[in-house]
Design a protein around this ligand. Structure first.
Ligand code: GLP
Length: 263
């Protein structure tokens, strides 16, 4: 696992955006570059930088296919807290050459969740898998909506959200946890770790415990993010604030070995 420690959120975002942009630019195969994407506040800085590069003519999305990690059950596209709305509002609508047919987001309004999730997995496979999955994590270490105790080999499916997650996410629903959907469709931990590379963004004091468990903890279904330790191409991009609970030698080790990456 690589851990890239940057001074703050903006530098973490810039580093991650450049990493993704360079991968897309270097992709010379006939098949499209397949990019997994998250929602949340963590990737917003990355999205802003990718949009800037795209609008400046430095980066094309014409040969990129995207698969989003998750979607709430029961929120229509036009609901401003649906992840479909979030992705269009914060990313896709600003790209000059992203093809609508290349955007894949689980349909949380489906009346056949099992079929929807099976088709999602099949569609990912039809492209030859995901080249790079970007993710964020929750304070409880959930990756996509794979809450604590979700199997580390799980595939795309229906998930119950924990009360803790509904409380955390209630900041977007008028601070009322009851208004946060109780269920979501989500890629599985196995779906994420099947990607050739996984890049997870972890920033802020409130993620310090989750970063520690991701990097130093045991591989455990209690912290589903810890599955990344078993992945051969996992990168954590984080800021100083999130490092508050790392052991000093862990922190120094990654600062040293990745010093060329420091912005
Ligand atoms: C939600 C999403 C996750 C995301 C997490 C963290 O629960 N389902 O995919 O990683 O929030 O969000 P934030 O980046 O806003 O802290």
């Amino acid at each position: 696992m690589r851990v890239i420690i940057q001074q703050d959120y903006d530098k973490m975002s810039k580093w991650a955006a450049d990493y993704i942009a360079n991968k897309i630019r270097a992709h010379k195969e006939d098949r499209p570059f397949v990019l997994g994407l998250p929602t949340g506040s963590s990737p917003l800085g990355v999205y802003r930088e990718l949009i800037r590069q795209n609008q400046a003519g430095e980066l094309s999305f014409a040969n990129v296919v995207t698969f989003n990690m998750d979607e709430y059950v029961g929120l229509p596209h036009e609901h401003d807290q649906s992840y479909w709305y979030f992705m269009h509002d914060n990313f896709f609508d600003h790209l000059v050459d992203m093809k609508k047919e290349n955007i894949n987001i689980l349909n949380g309004m489906t009346d056949d969740p099992e079929g929807e999730c099976a088709r999602y997995e099949e569609k990912i496979a039809s492209y030859g898998g995901i080249d790079l999955f970007m993710g964020g994590i929750g304070v409880d270490g959930h990756l996509a909506f794979n809450e604590p105790y979700t199997s580390l080999t799980s595939r795309t499916g229906l998930r119950m959200l924990t009360t803790d997650t509904r409380i955390v996410n209630s900041r977007f629903f008028g601070n009322d946890p009851e208004k946060v959907p109780a269920m979501a469709l989500s890629v599985g931990i196995g779906t994420v770790t099947d990607a050739k590379e996984v890049l997870v963004l972890i920033s802020g004091h409130n993620k310090a415990r989750a970063l520690k468990e991701t990097v130093e903890g045991s591989v455990s279904q209690k912290w589903t993010c810890s599955a990344l330790q078993m992945h051969n191409g996992a990168i954590i991009a984080c800021d100083e604030e999130a490092c508050g609970e790392l052991m000093v030698d862990t922190y120094k080790y990654f600062l040293d070995i990745e010093k060329k990456e420091r912005l």
